[in-house]
Design a protein around this ligand. Structure first.
Ligand SMILES: Cc1ncc(COP(=O)(O)O)c(C=O)c1O
Length: 393
């Protein structure tokens, strides 16, 4: 039975854990999904890779999410067994033959993405020329302004994209178009540009599409300077979408991972040593704080029990070291905390729900987490302002 507390303070008044603690907030997942349902006119697909925890999947499903972007056969199996009737979108543009075969024949997957003609032929061969496929052509797009660009790896371009669209149109039951503007895309204009660019290629190919998927990339607000209002992104998408040559009853999708899961979790860590303004904490780059170490991510953090939120006056800049012996296990920050933080103190690091627990390894024998549920509010929530939070708490 999951222990539930109002706040991290209440939990620490009863326990002084040695290991880091993952703190779930299912209400925040429901709230994020509700926000998209209310604001976005298309259908929501959850990118499972961001957080595979059953409580996240359950909360999303409870909010009405029935479509899931899966990147591997393991993710196919996880969602197939945990969400009966879910529609699976196998959106990794490169898949093994064995995984395509099993996804199609064992799990009923009919939707795949491709960014090369070879992948189309592979899917056709493996599925024995199936005539019930929905194939999304993954197009290259400008991902400038995103913190984690994906464009170097995936996406058809120019003449090759046009030929791929024509080939898919001729073999698939439904033609889809998709792109990814990069994860934590800080500039909403990229979505509009990507839609116009895709529309251009579809027109050059002389085809029409039934499906349009604007991908993920919707940012979470980690720092006060990050975008809070995702409504701007939706407005840009819905204004641009009319440019796309599509059939009259075409379906529009978005495929967020981060935006739906970032607020699902926070992490309680303990300070095991202090050296000047460097804190040695009990989780790090080989754990939930992977992005803090590897992408210099600055999560909102607070000293538990101090009453203060981050970005308040008088805070000082700290960097963190993780618990492993690797010097790469460093989180440069700056994380803003009260100057008196000391060994034995506990910090709560917020918005660790996306690409956190899924990245954690057991390197050096670390990676054990206790899990609890908390009821209090998320620091720097994207979904609080102007949101009528009927279901919070
Ligand atoms: C195909 C695809 N869709 C969606 C996502 C989710 O992106 P984000 O978490 O930035 O919303 C990713 C992330 O890598 C992806 O590769």
């Amino acid at each position: 039975m999951m222990q539930r507390y109002k706040t991290a303070e209440e939990f620490l008044s009863l326990r002084r854990p040695v290991d880091p603690v993952r703190c779930r907030r299912p209400f925040a997942v429901l709230r994020a999904a509700d926000w998209f349902h209310n604001r976005f006119s298309g259908e929501l697909i959850y990118a499972v890779k961001a957080n595979t925890s059953p409580f996240v999947i359950e909360a999303l499903n409870a909010s009405g999410v029935q479509r899931f972007d899966v990147a591997s056969l393991t993710e196919v199996e996880t969602i197939y067994h945990s969400v009966p009737g879910a529609e699976l979108f196998y959106m990794n543009p490169v898949k093994s033959r064995a995984h395509i075969r099993s996804a199609y024949f064992d799990y009923g997957v009919r939707t795949f993405s491709v960014d090369h003609v070879d992948e189309v032929h592979k899917i056709l061969e493996v599925t024995e020329n199936a005539n019930d496929l929905s194939l999304f052509v993954r197009l290259h797009c400008n991902d400038r302004g995103s913190v984690l660009p994906l464009g170097k790896k995936y996406g058809a371009e120019g003449r090759a994209a046009v030929e791929l669209l024509q080939l898919v149109r001729s073999v698939a039951a439904r033609l889809g178009v998709t792109f990814h503007v990069g994860s934590q895309a800080l500039e909403p204009a990229r979505f509009g540009e990507a839609i116009h660019h895709a529309a251009d290629l579809v027109r050059r190919a002389g085809v029409v599409a039934e499906l349009m998927n604007v991908g993920g990339g919707f940012p979470a607000c980690y720092r006060a300077s990050d975008p809070v209002d995702l409504g701007i992104y939706i407005d840009v998408i819905e204004t641009a979408i009319s440019a796309m040559p599509m059939v009259h009853d075409a379906q529009l999708f978005a495929e967020p991972g981060r935006a739906l899961s970032a607020e699902a979790e926070s992490l309680i860590v303990r300070v095991d040593a202090r050296r000047g303004h460097e804190l040695f904490i009990n989780d790090g780059g080989y754990g939930v704080l992977y992005d803090a170490a590897n992408c210099d991510w600055i999560f909102p953090a607070r000293l538990i029990g101090d009453g203060g939120a981050c970005y308040a006056e008088g805070l000082e800049a700290f960097s963190f070291w993780g618990p492993t012996c690797d010097a790469a296990d460093r989180m440069k920050g700056p994380f803003l905390l009260p100057g008196h933080v000391a060994e034995g103190d506990y910090l709560e690091i917020h918005k660790t729900g996306a690409y956190g627990s899924v990245m954690a390894s057991g390197f050096n024998g670390f990676g054990c987490y206790e899990e609890i549920e908390l009821e209090d509010e998320v620091m720097l929530s994207n979904f609080l302002p102007n949101y009528e939070a009927a279901s919070v708490g």
